[in-house]
Design a protein around this ligand. Sequence first.
Ligand code: ZN
Length: 480
Amino acid sequence: MANDKKMVEDITSMEEDFAKWYTDIVKKAELIEYTSVKGCMVIRPYGYAIWENIQRILDGMFKETGHENVCMPMFIPESLLQKEKDHVEGFAPEVAWVTHGGSEKLEEKLCVRPTSETLFCEHYANIIHSHRDLPKLYNQWVSVVRWEKTTRPFLRSREFLWQEGHTIHATAEEAIAETEKMLNVYADFCEKYLAIPVVKGKKTESDKFAGAVSTYAIEALMHDGKALQAGTSHYFGDGFAKAFGIQYQSKENKLEYPHQTSWGMTTRLIGAIIMTHGDNNGLVLPPAVAPIQAVIIPVAQHKPGVLEKAEEVMAQLKAAGIRVKLDDSNNSAGWKYAEYEMKGVPVRIELGPRDIENNQCVIVTRHNREKTFVSLDNLAETINAKLTEVNEGIYQKALENRENKTYSCKTIDEINAALAEKGDGFIKAMWCGDENCEDKVKELTGAGSRCMPLEQEEISDTCVCCGKKAQHLVYWGKAY
Ligand code: ZN
């Protein structure tokens, strides 16, 4: 028992220090390890398996919506990066450069891709000539590098894994529809598979992607009341096409510029999962992406028949497509309970001699520690039903947290009072559209604009800052 206690005591409680709680979990649940390269981490097998599940589901959703995967080089020549003015200005401060190949100085330095719009544009200029070549719906799964000053595992690292979709279309309407479609794919993915409720919205001018006409995002609220941008989808208009000389011959035999989009989701999602669902016993993983969905813990495993039965149960669950693990190590049952709670395994199955005699087992769901006795008959069906229940349970809990921490405010004083009394959260407040007001709200309250939700409401008819006529409802908040 000393061992079980130690595991739990080793994590800082989230109420005491949320940031420390977070870094404790990423280490204790064996998601990452730090390296000698500052701001770069090893994603360990358990963490990588979560990413693989995210990747598999998302990739399926991309293919279903007609996208194809490609792979671009990881280097971008300086001259190529500089072709689109806003884009290079936005990314230059955090670009890493390659200046030498072996001991020879390169004629032109190469940047390590922070994102690949420029490479896709160069490629599109080569392969697109006619309206028959459009659209191209491409995606790639790669890593990118952004030389961040302050870093945190999964949330902000110098190299991170992501997917970047890049599409090119004949008309603005088609490209805009694609931007919106992918925002919806992202929102569905977060809500259905990660059990994370999100707000779909549009970024303000000052907050949009470098080179974009408009940027859409999904915003989630973490347990501590801070916002996290979980995915973005950008509409580029024909700005990149003009900068890179991409043109096509229309049906009417006219030379036209095509319209583009890009959209991305990253390993940041793992940070979102931790901070949305985790608790003081460790991770709580959504069943869809949990590397282990159910763990079988044999009780009194030295007794005859226990391990045999446990193996039989494991085989049954595996055959039903459940990701299951049997832990028959020599660690105590108590140690195992704490270990798999730390790792966020959604369902624990306890199986001892008495249970076997009664043709039953004990099921404990991780998120609420509810314990039920169930029959060993049709166990796979029972476990699948439990996994659905877990997914719904953690989604509801996250939604409640967001609702409890969303405050409607009409004045700056109301914002400050809400944040002081109730703690960090989403502030819903009206805005006139003036960037000065946006800056001032952040300066006076600490809450920046997160997005203008697609579902607009009218909380009041005047701007929360200047009192002039309001144009948009904005979600404000402190963010990761
Ligand atoms: Zn204003």
